[in-house]
Design a protein around this ligand. Structure first.
Ligand SMILES: Cc1cc2nc3c(=O)[nH]c(=O)nc-3n(C[C@H](O)[C@H](O)[C@H](O)COP(=O)(O)OP(=O)(O)OC[C@H]3O[C@@H](n4cnc5c(N)ncnc54)[C@H](O)[C@@H]3O)c2cc1C
Length: 485
């Protein structure tokens, strides 16, 4: 009998837990450890943040589902890793602390045979002075509680505009190295549409602020897209969309300090500038959780497991941008030092950025960190689960399931607006996520036809369909496993 412990119940952790449970007999134990008692479908936070969907619609409690399906659940947060056990515990374990219930504050050694670290990113608001969700008129949509607050803030500004006060709205990245430009892009389009719906669009100045060098970089170095029968660069497409909606933009901006209604930033020219606003949604930097690891003698071995995020089978050799290769990216998400530990989704340390790194004239790094979107988070979690299942069933290590961000696609469907007839969508699909210049040398490392942009109501329908399909799948309703990741 094997015990598989999964840290985190986001897209990655939940996908891994559900597949493991379905394919392994009940003599094997599957245990999820996560501080949040709810599963949340993060992409729909955008609609929560514009007040068009209640946060209850994008979440459900995990414990009743896990109880019914035979998955163990501990509402606790992992603190440190002991992959060799210790003097009193011969099995590897994770030290976790309960965050709810009768045993809140208590710590437990949770032993395992296999460990899946699916703890995603730490939302590192602290990396930008004054960037605190709900304070200084800045908000976030990264979690459902943040998105609830964002709607409260936005609604207040909309009401002020209705009463005749003009307003400035600022949306984008809140740190020189933030990622998740796609989510901010989707939010700005939705906010702009809501302003129209509330008949206050002419009262608002809407501005995009981002660490991207060009619009449409999205942390993926931009892309050449098929657009109908033409090709178009992603920056041209986003420029067209922003111009059409009268959205202004500030690029190459490393936001470094927030005061009440004032965002300070440095640009690539090395100038220190600031922008005023009445409402801002700024994505923070993402970091690892700062976990520590120890060997059986309690010596610190953190560097064997973590490089900020968790170390996996990537090539972490420091190289200049010109030497970066799609082959640097991991395929099995297995830690090289401890082969029973895996890190799918956002929890693994990427070998390098995808966008060309840029510095300001003062030497400040200002360029997006690599994005890791929902689809790869689900796919990598499933392949990790499948390798563990094969290893358990065959009794020897099996790593035949592989998938790199260099042979995986990502779909960024930025729906704008809500409702079956009123919404519209901007869909940008990229294949592969990490450009492969050997396979696709003439099309900027991507396969045309599989890398495309589209604008229209269909994208919006697709986003809405995905919301329902993925919540159905997450709730493990009949035949849930037939819905792909
Ligand atoms: C607003 C928004 C919109 C987005 N829209 C899209 C989209 O349209 N399409 C798309 O593909 N992607 C989208 N994304 C990205 C997508 O949501 C992420 O790629 C995905 O959620 C990553 O999954 P994950 O499981 O790796 O991490 P997470 O979803 O962050 O899950 C991490 C889990 O770990 C838990 N955890 C944290 N700390 C600990 C600890 N110490 N111990 C144990 N557990 C811990 C957390 O509670 C959580 O359950 C969007 C992201 C945002 C913020």
């Amino acid at each position: 009998m094997s015990k598989i412990v999964i840290l985190g119940a986001g897209i990655s952790g939940h996908v891994a837990a559900t597949h493991l449970r379905r394919k392994l007999s009940k003599k094997h134990e599957v245990v999820v450890v996560s501080p949040n008692g709810n599963y949340q479908w993060v992409p729909s936070n955008i609609w929560v943040g514009i007040g068009r969907m209640k946060s209850e619609k994008i979440l459900f409690p995990l414990e009743p589902l896990y109880k019914k399906k035979g998955i163990g659940f501990k509402q606790a947060k992992a603190i440190s890793f002991f992959p060799e056990g210790d003097k009193n515990e011969y099995k590897p374990y994770v030290l976790a602390e309960y965050v709810k219930g009768d045993n809140v504050g208590q710590q437990e050694k949770i032993t395992y045979d296999y460990l899946i670290n699916a703890t995603g990113p730490r939302l590192n608001f602290g990396a930008t002075d004054g960037l605190i969700p709900g304070k200084n008129k800045t908000y976030s949509v990264c979690t459902y509680t943040h998105a609830d607050h964002a709607w409260e803030g936005l609604n207040k500004v909309i009401e002020q505009m209705k009463a005749g006060k003009r307003a400035k709205i600022l949306i984008g990245t809140g740190h020189a190295k933030s990622t998740c430009q796609g989510a901010a892009f989707e939010y700005i389009l939705n906010v702009e549409k809501e302003l129209c719906r509330h008949n206050v669009r002419d009262m608002a100045e809407v501005t995009w602020i981002s660490n991207e060098y060009q619009l449409g970089d999205f942390g993926m170095d931009g892309m050449l897209l098929s657009y109908g029968s033409m090709t178009m660069k992603s920056h041209e497409m986003v420029e067209m969309i922003f111009e059409d909606r009268d959205i202004k933009w500030i690029l190459g901006a490393g936001v470094n300090k927030i005061e009440d209604g004032l965002a300070h930033y440095e640009n690539l020219e090395g100038e220190q500038k600031s922008e005023t606003y009445d409402f801002a949604m700024l994505i923070p930097a993402f970091s690892g959780h700062g976990f520590k690891a120890y060997d059986k003698n309690k010596n610190d071995i953190t560097e064997k497991l973590f490089k900020g995020f968790m170390i996996v089978d990537a090539d972490y050799t420091q190289k200049p941008y010109e030497k970066w290769s799609v082959k640097d990216w991991p395929e099995t998400y297995q830690n090289p030092s401890y082969k029973n530990i895996f890190a799918p989704g956002i929890a693994f340390a990427p070998p390098h950025a995808i966008s060309k790194p840029r510095k300001s004239k003062n030497g400040t790094d200002i360029s997006p960190a690599p994005p890791r979107t929902g689809m790869p988070s689900g796919i990598t979690a499933k392949l990790v689960a499948d390798n563990i299942i094969d290893s358990i069933k065959s009794g020897k290590e099996s790593l035949k399931h592989k998938g790199s961000m260099g042979n995986m696609g990502a779909a960024c469907i930025a729906s704008a607006g809500y409702g079956l007839t009123k919404g519209s969508g901007v869909s940008i699909t990229t294949f592969p996520i990490v450009p492969d210049y050997e396979k696709y040398p003439k099309t900027q490392g991507r396969q045309l036809g599989k890398t495309f942009g589209a604008i229209g109501l269909a994208g919006h329908w697709l986003k809405l369909a995905l919301h329902y399909a993925f919540l159905y799948k997450a709730k493990m309703k009949p035949f849930w496993w037939l819905i792909p990741e």
